[in-house]
Design a protein around this ligand. Structure first.
Ligand SMILES: [Zn+2]
Length: 429
């Protein structure tokens, strides 16, 4: 008996070792390294008498290549570069590459800049609901590059932030990867402080396109300020670049250990595939607030939330955030709305393509104290614009639609024609 149980134990431990080796051989830990900017897009840059011009695109490439070499020496890792030379891969290419390669981690490396020379320090961004102004500035600077080429324009057109439908297409994975992205970010910033004596501005959540489309934990690291002389000199130096690369490398090692310990990375690839969530019959939008005032997208009153659909009903503008037919996404959207400060936000269900029994939808194009000139772009472009006067104001509306979807579609078409900030109006008669 003793020998039998012994052999069974040995059999199992051998099996375990084999399984372990098999799974180890199956998949390397894959990291996409994205050197920010490149080619015609220089990113941030400053000229200093003794340093010359320090360009973001050069610093990010140098750090990326140094980090890549460190990782390639370790058999556990596979490295994929979005660029290895001075070129500009479109943001579409960057995210498509990352998703196709089924990477475990996406790291975008950048250099910060301020209009003042005093600010310094590192910060790491993860994809999340935007909440404060300073973050918005970073988002703007880093997102500006999107519109550099035609291909991006086409691709991102389908991700029009003003289009509520875009959320479905994106199948937002925010909450799924937020925790792990934050974990990795904290290792990176921690190393900058502990190993390199840098000042860390922290790990922050922000909507960044380069991160948003990624279906994996993703971070954007701002490695320092080119607008600050000391940091520009540091980032331009071999020593500085090596230190930054090493700190990120060590963070990757710690991160890999941590998630393997927590079992976040399944040993067998099969476990990754979760059953597809079943779509609900109805669409869900998050009602943020009703107000007598019209806020255009980007207005501070909307607290940084995108994907806003405004429906005017009985002189009140109702602001809806996002749309989905997945319960998990709906719950996540509601949480994002509450996190952004809409404490009373609530989820509202819509029957898709429902025709209104009585009444109709129309588009409110403009509200004005003055009559619009017949030569105005809007009146010249559109036929059959209806003008009404009420309490001394001129209201311009366009179209009659029996379903919300038709109204949304026409609104999008108008937006593309340059007629922006229209509001869907629901008339009950
Ligand atoms: Zn940048």
């Amino acid at each position: 008996m003793i020998t039998d149980s012994f052999s069974i134990k040995r059999y199992f431990s051998l099996l375990f070792v084999l399984l372990f080796m098999f799974s180890g051989a199956q998949k390397k830990f894959t990291i996409v390294l994205d050197a920010g900017h490149g080619g015609s897009d220089h990113g941030a840059n400053r000229f200093y008498g003794d340093l010359g011009t320090v360009r973001e695109k050069d610093v990010t490439l140098a750090i990326t290549l140094k980090l890549g070499r460190m990782l390639e020496k370790n058999k556990d890792y596979k490295v994929i570069y979005t660029r290895k030379i001075d070129e500009f891969p479109s943001l579409t290419d960057r995210t498509t590459l990352a998703n196709r390669s089924k990477a475990d981690l996406f790291i975008s490396i950048h250099v910060n800049a301020s209009t003042k020379s005093a600010p310094y320090g590192t910060e790491t961004f993860v994809q999340g609901p935007d909440q404060n102004k300073t973050n918005l500035e970073v988002a703007k600077a880093e997102n500006d590059v999107i519109f550099l080429d035609e291909k991006d324009r086409e691709t991102f057109a389908t991700y029009d932030p003003k289009s509520p439908e875009s959320l479905i297409a994106l199948k937002i994975q925010q909450s799924k990867y937020l925790e792990t992205s934050l974990l990795f970010g904290s290792y990176v910033e921690g190393n900058f402080v502990k190993k390199d004596n840098r000042f860390s501005r922290g790990v922050k959540q922000q909507n960044l396109h380069v991160l948003r489309l990624n279906a994996m934990p993703s971070v954007l690291i701002e490695t320092g300020f080119v607008s600050n002389y000391d940091e520009a000199a540091y980032l331009a130096s071999d020593k500085g670049q090596n230190q930054v690369a090493e700190s990120i490398y060590d963070a990757i090692v710690s991160y890999k250990k941590a998630i393997e310990r927590n079992g976040s990375v399944p040993v067998q690839p099969k476990e990754i595939e979760k059953p597809e969530e079943k779509a609900l019959k109805n669409d869900f939008r998050i009602l943020l607030m009703s107000a007598p005032i019209k806020y255009n997208s980007g207005d501070p009153a909307l607290k940084g939330l995108n994907y806003i659909l405004t429906i005017k009903e009985n002189d009140l503008y109702k602001y809806y955030y996002s749309v989905t037919n997945l319960a998990s996404v709906r719950d996540n959207n509601l949480k994002s709305a509450k996190d952004a400060g809409f404490r009373n936000a609530t989820s509202i269900s819509f029957i898709p393509n429902q025709k209104l029994g009585t009444g109709y939808y129309t588009l409110e194009l403009a509200v004005s104290d003055q009559k619009l000139s017949a030569n105005s772009y809007m009146l010249n472009t559109l036929k059959d614009v209806i003008r009404t006067k009420e309490k001394g104001k001129f209201y311009y509306t366009y179209g009659k639609f029996s379903s919300l979807e038709e109204a949304v579609k026409t609104q999008k078409d108008l937006d593309e024609k340059g007629i922006k900030n229209t509001v869907i109006q629901k008339n009950s008669r």
